[in-house]
Design a protein around this ligand. Structure first.
Ligand SMILES: NC(=O)c1ccc[n+]([C@@H]2O[C@H](COP(=O)([O-])OP(=O)(O)OC[C@H]3O[C@@H](n4cnc5c(N)ncnc54)[C@H](O)[C@@H]3O)[C@@H](O)[C@H]2O)c1
Length: 320
C-alpha cells in the first residue's frame, strides 16, 4: 500500500500510526483533522519527511471528499469525538461527528474502492455482564437519559453501517474495538485517566478518582495497537470485527497507587462521586476486559507490555 489516508491523524493514536507507517514503503499519508482534540505538534515532527500531507478541516467540511480520496489505497478512519470528559462537554457535536463524518468517509471510500479500518470502542459493550467480552458478547448500554452512552451508540451506528455496506458488497471495512489505549503524547485534558493521574503525580497534586476506585480497566500500549492496524490492513480482514486490548486488569485505585509509586510522588488520592462531576447523566461500567483470542489467532501477534512497564515508559517520556 503506497498511499494512505488517516482521518484524525493529528490525534494520539493517529500520530503514532504515522510514525510507524512513515518507516515503511508508504509514499504518501494524507491526514484530515480539525485539531479539535488533536495537535499540530503531533504532525510537525514529520515536517522533514515529504510524505505527510495535511488538510486542517472537519472531515464533513471537506468539499468533494470523494475527489480528495482519489488514488489512495487505504483509509484509517480515526476522527471522532473522544474521551469521556470531551464527550460529556460536547454531547451533540460528538454524536454527530461520529455518525456524519463516518458516513462521509464511507461514501468516499465506496466511490474510490478504498478499504477502511474503522476505530470503534469497548464502550459498545456498555455494562455487558459477560465475564470477558468477546466480539459476539451482548451489548448492554444504558438508557438514553444517561447521555454518556451516546458515544457507544454512535460507534455502534458506525459499525452497523460498515457491516451493512459490506454485506451489500459496497464497502470493505475492518472494525476494531479499542480498549483503553495508552502511551506517550496522550493528552490529559479530555478525561483520559492515565495521563491525568501522571500529570497530577508529577506535580504532587491530589489524584482525583471518580467513584470508589474499585472499577477495573485493562490498558493497551499504543504501539501494539498501530501494529495490529497495519497487520489487519495487510491481511485484508474485511467484514471482521476485532477487540484490541489487554486481558490484564487493574482497579483505578491500584492504578493511582502504581502511578504515585512510579513517579515517586507525594500526591494523595481523593474520591469524588461521578454525579458530582457529570450530574446524573452518567454511569460507569465496573469492569471492562476484552477476550482477545480472535485478534491473537488471526494475526499471530500478542500485546507486548504489562501495565507496570507501560506506566514507567510514559512517565519517563513525560519527564523528558
Ligand atoms: N484512546 C482510546 O483509548 C480509544 C478507545 C476506544 C476508541 N478509540 C477511538 O480511536 C480513535 C482515535 O482516538 P484517539 O485516542 O487518538 O483520540 P484523539 O482525540 O487524540 O484523536 C481523534 C482525532 O480526530 C480529530 N477529529 C475529531 N473530529 C473530527 C472531525 N469531524 N474531522 C476531522 N478530524 C476530527 C481530532 O482533532 C483528533 O486529532 C477515535 O475514533 C476513538 O473513538 C480510542
Amino acid at each position: 500500500m503506497k498511499k494512505i489516508i488517516i482521518t484524525g491523524g493529528a490525534g494520539f493514536i493517529g500520530s503514532h500510526l504515522i510514525e510507524k507507517l512513515i518507516k515503511t514503503e508508504v509514499e504518501e499519508i494524507l491526514v484530515i483533522d480539525d485539531l479539535s482534540t488533536g495537535k499540530s505538534a503531533n504532525l510537525s515532527k514529520f515536517n522533514d519527511s515529504n510524505k505527510v500531507k495535511f488538510i486542517n478541516k472537519k472531515v464533513e467540511d471537506v468539499q468533494n471528499l470523494d475527489e480528495t480520496f482519489e488514488g489512495y489505497d487505504f483509509c484509517y478512519h480515526l476522527a471522532a469525538g473522544v474521551g469521556v470528559q470531551y464527550i460529556m462537554e460536547n454531547l451533540s457535536k460528538s454524536l454527530l461527528t461520529n455518525i456524519l463524518a463516518t458516513h462521509e468517509v464511507f461514501e468516499a471510500c465506496k466511490k474510490n474502492n478504498i478499504p477502511v479500518l474503522v476505530t470503534s470502542t469497548s464502550e459498545v459493550y456498555g455494562v455487558s455482564e459477560d465475564k470477558e467480552w468477546t466480539e459476539e458478547s451482548r451489548s448492554l448500554i444504558g438508557p438514553t437519559t444517561k447521555l454518556r452512552w451516546s458515544y457507544a451508540a454512535s460507534k455502534m451506528i458506525d459499525e452497523f453501517l460498515a457491516l451493512s455496506e459490506y454485506e451489500e458488497g459496497k464497502l470493505n471495512p475492518i472494525i476494531v474495538r479499542l480498549f483503553n489505549i495508552i502511551g506517550p503524547n496522550q493528552l490529559s485534558e479530555y478525561g483520559m485517566v492515565v495521563p491525568k493521574f501522571i500529570d497530577a503525580a508529577l506535580n504532587n497534586n491530589d489524584i482525583i478518582i471518580h467513584g470508589d476506585g474499585s472499577q477495573s480497566r485493562s490498558f493497551t500500549w499504543v504501539d501494539d495497537v498501530t501494529s495490529y492496524f497495519i497487520k489487519l490492513a495487510e491481511m485484508k480482514a474485511y467484514g471482521e470485527v476485532f477487540n484490541i486490548g489487554q486481558t490484564q486488569e487493574i482497579t483505578i485505585k491500584d492504578l493511582a497507587e502504581l502511578i504515585i509509586e512510579t513517579c515517586d510522588s507525594k500526591s494523595q488520592i481523593n474520591y469524588i462521586q461521578h454525579e458530582e462531576v457529570f450530574g446524573n447523566k452518567f454511569e460507569d461500567p465496573t469492569r471492562r476486559t476484552p477476550n482477545i483470542d480472535k485478534i491473537v489467532n488471526f494475526t499471530g501477534m500478542t500485546p507486548t507490555k504489562d501495565i507496570n512497564s507501560m506506566i514507567k515508559e510514559i512517565v519517563a517520556h513525560k519527564k523528558k
